[in-house]
Design a binder for this molecule. Structure first.
Ligand code: LLP
Length: 405
């Protein structure tokens, strides 16, 4: 159970000190996830590049960097954050379907490991930027392996017909062409089939296709160094991460003995179980046949329930509550889609009571916004049995307008 990392006493202390809504992370839980990856993949000794999009807060990223993880970034902004958090440039890779020439130049000047390109035109743009900077750009291609990861359609990325990657045929053309260029250095091949993938089968299929392709490429004189199998290992909301052994068997086995360095880009499975969102009950009301609990967090703080229908478990913190009932937990934002949980069975909370929303460490704060001019939440890190510190202060009204001119 995740609650062992989030004891009521410390949650109450943090809520009193930092206010609500507040994201609370557990250093112990975050490190446990990282170390499980290291243990499961010990024999393969891969480079782990933490997918910063899951949670790019410096207080957490610095922990990953100190554990020897690199970073997978998808924008100039994430690259900036990664460097500030202490990830060495040589362990940073830059993915994403539409990098601008400015972002490419930033990455090349910083000396990151490589750029994951996603189209012929993007590779040509990279060549132009590299020529202007008089460097040779190390790059990898994101290949779409045409594998169905069986997940939500918004986070399924490895089937042909999606916007991601290039086909194997297209990839071959791009590599052959790049091998002739003075400013391009093809070093890797990459896939990322999706997020919330709960079985190793799709990885085994995609890894097998990638390995065969890399071998074929070598026979044509293009020798790659890195095989990057992306992230996406699923975590059921409210649970700890599924056993990594099947994933390790599925991908590490395929590349064993090939001389290729394996890269993984886990995001959610590291951060999700390590964070909760804590909110305070404002009011209770009935609407037709439904019971609502109105809380001070909203879809701008955690959009996953509204956007993907994600079901994050919720629990009352503190008093046991009144009689049991079925409730929708909703926020103050002016939209019917603004709910954090629907039809959950709970003891009736009183106004002022705290509610914890679990598995919110990934794609929680990082997808939050100021919608309805709501300042973004604070973030706190539990560092010991009774110790915590603020890793991000709550935004102020001044923050809401500070970039307006
Ligand atoms: N690498 C690449 C190239 C990616 O696009 C992603 C996620 C990852 C790694 C990390 O995947 P993870 O291990 O976190 O599943 N906002 C959605 C998830 C979007 C994932 C996008 N790409 C959600 O809240 O469920």
């Amino acid at each position: 159970m995740l609650s062992k990392y989030f004891k009521p006493a410390i949650i109450k202390k943090i809520a009193a000190g930092a206010g609500t809504p507040v994201y609370i992370y557990s250093k112990a839980a975050f490190l446990k996830q990282i170390r499980s990856y290291k243990k499961a993949f010990r024999a393969a000794d891969p480079l782990f590049c933490y997918a910063m999009k899951a949670n790019s807060s410096a207080g957490l990223c610095a922990l990953a960097a100190a554990e020897g993880f690199g970073a997978d970034v998808v924008s100039g902004g994430e690259l900036y954050r990664a460097l500030r958090a202490g990830f060495p440039p040589g362990r940073i890779i830059f993915s994403g379907v539409g990098k601008t020439p400015e972002e490419m130049a930033y990455a090349l000047k910083t000396g990151i490991l490589f750029i994951n390109a996603e189209s012929f035109e993007e590779v040509l743009a990279l060549e132009r930027v590299a020529a202007r900077l008089k460097v040779r750009a190390a790059f990898s291609l994101r290949i779409n392996p045409d594998v169905d990861p069986h997940t939500h359609k918004f986070i399924s990325t490895g089937k042909l017909g999606g916007k991601f990657g290039v086909s194997f045929e297209e990839a071959q053309k791009i590599y052959m062409c790049a091998a002739e260029s003075r400013h391009l250095n093809p070093v890797g091949a990459h896939f990322h089939i999706g997020s919330q993938v709960h079985s190793a089968g799709p990885y085994a299929l995609a890894a097998g296709r990638l390995a065969a392709f890399i071998l074929k490429l070598a026979s044509r004189g293009v020798n790659l160094k890195y095989a990057d199998v992306g992230g996406g290992w699923g975590v059921k909301e409210g649970a700890e991460m599924a056993d990594l052994a099947p994933l390790a068997r599925a991908v590490a086995g395929v590349f064993q003995g090939t001389g290729l360095k394996l890269i993984l880009e886990p995001g959610r499975s590291i951060a999700a179980p390590a964070g909760i969102l804590v909110t305070r009950v404002l009011y209770r009301k009935r609407g037709g046949h439904k019971n609502f609990i109105v809380v001070d967090a909203a879809m701008n703080d955690l959009v996953r329930p509204a956007l993907y229908g994600a079901k994050h478990p919720v629990a009352l913190i503190g008093p046991a509550g009144g009689p049991e009932g079925v409730y929708d937990i909703v926020g103050p934002v002016c939209e019917s889609g603004d709910f954090l949980a629907e039809a959950v069975r709970l003891r009736e909370p009183a106004p002022g009571q705290l509610i914890a929303i679990y598995s919110a460490g990934a794609y929680g704060f990082s997808m939050s916004s100021q919608y309805n001019s709501r300042p973004r939440a604070a973030e706190a890190l539990i560092t010991g049995p009774a110790a915590w510190r603020l890793i991000r202060r709550r935004e102020t009204y001044q923050d809401l307008i500070s970039s307006e001119i």
